[in-house]
Design a protein around this ligand. Structure first.
Ligand code: NDP
Length: 240
C-alpha cells in the first residue's frame, strides 16, 4: 500500500523540498500551509501535490485536518512537523504575544499533529515522525528566546515520544538545520547574514534539498533502528 505522508509548512521553503522528495519516493503527500493561498496553489500546480490549509497551532484544526487527509489519501503513516515561524526580538522588546505565538505554532504544532496521527501509526505497527528543530534550539541565538525555546522543546519532545513509539514500529526523530536559503532567512538583514555565513565552516547557506534528503532517509525503512535521534545538517556550524 502506498504510504501517506503529511508535511506541515509543506508548500514552500524547506517544506516544499520535503514534500517533493517524499513524493519522488512514491509516497502520497499532503502539504499543509497556513494562509498563503497563492504560493500553495502554485506549488500544487507545479508538483501535483494536494495542499490543505489549517493552522497547526490549533489543536482541533489538526484533528479535523488529519481526518480530512486520511479520508482523501488514506491513513497517515508519516508526519513531518516542519511548519515554523519567527517573531524575533531581544527579551525586553519581545511581547507576550510574540513569545506565545512561536510556542503555539512551532512547539504546539508538533503536539497537535502527533495527537492526530500517532494512535493510527501505533495501531498499524509502522510510523515515522520527523520534527524540524534548529541549530538555534541547540545553541541558542541572540534575539530569539521564543524560537530557541520552542526548537529546543522539539528536541525533548522527540526523545520522549520516541520512547512511546519504539515498540510499535513508530520512530520519532528530529533534524536540526543550520541556516538554509529560504524566505525565513532572506528576512534576516544582509549584514547580520554575512556575519552568520562567516561562521559556517563550509562557507555557505544550506539548500532546502539538503534538509529534505535527511528527512527522506529518516522516513525510509532503512532508518528503522534510528529513533529519538537528532540529525544536525548545518555545514559544521555547531558540532553537537
Ligand atoms: P518558510 O517561512 O519559508 O515557510 C514556512 C512554511 O510553514 C510555509 O508553508 C507556511 O505556510 C507554513 N506555516 C507557518 N505557520 C503555519 C501554521 N500556523 N500552520 C500551518 N503552516 C504554517 O520556512 P522555512 O522553510 O525556512 O523553515 C521551515 C522549518 O525549518 C521551520 O520550522 C523553521 O523554523 C525551520 N528552520 C529553518 C531554518 C532556515 O534557515 N530557513 C533553519 C533552521 C530551522 P504559508 O505559506 O501559508 O505561510
Amino acid at each position: 500500500m502506498t504510504k501517506v505522508a503529511v508535511v506541515t509548512g509543506g508548500t514552500r521553503g524547506i517544506g516544499e523540498a520535503i514534500s517533493t522528495q517524499l513524493k519522488a519516493m512514491g509516497y502520497s503527500v499532503a502539504a499543509i500551509y497556513a494562509g498563503n493561498d497563492e504560493r500553495a496553489q502554485a506549488f500544487s500546480h507545479r508538483t501535483g501535490i494536494e495542499a490543505f490549509k489549517w493552522d497547526v497551532g490549533n489543536h482541533q484544526a489538526c484533528l479535523d485536518g488529519c481526518a480530512a487527509v486520511s479520508e482523501s489519501l488514506g491513513p497517515i503513516d508519516i508526519v513531518v512537523n516542519n511548519a515554523g515561524i519567527t517573531r524575533d526580538g531581544v527579551l525586553f522588546k519581545m511581547s507576550f504575544e510574540d513569545w506565545n505565538e512561536v510556542m503555539r505554532i512551532n512547539l504546539g504544532g508538533c503536539f497537535n499533529m502527533a495527537k492526530a496521527a500517532f494512535g493510527g501509526m501505533r495501531e498499524r505497527g509502522w510510523g515515522r515522525i520527523v520534527n524540524i528543530g534548529s541549530v538555534n534550539g541547540q545553541a541558542g541565538q541572540y534575539g530569539q528566546v521564543n524560537y530557541a525555546a520552542a526548537k529546543s522543546g522539539i528536541h525533548g519532545f522527540t526523545k520522549a515520544l520516541a520512547q512511546e513509539g519504539a515498540k510499535y514500529g513508530v520512530t520519532v526523530n528530529a533534524i536540526a538545520p543550520g541556516y538554509i536559503d529560504t524566505d525565513m532567512v532572506s528576512a534576516v538583514p544582509a549584514p547580520v547574514l554575512e556575519k552568520i555565513v562567516a561562521k559556517i565552516p563550509v562557507g555557505r547557506l544550506g539548500q532546502a534539498d539538503e534538509i529534505a534528503r535527511g528527512v527522506a532517509f529518516l522516513c525510509s525503512d532503512a532508518a528503522a533502528f534510528i529513533t529519538g535521534s537528532t540529525l544536525s545538517i548545518n555545514g559544521g556550524q555547531h558540532m553537537y
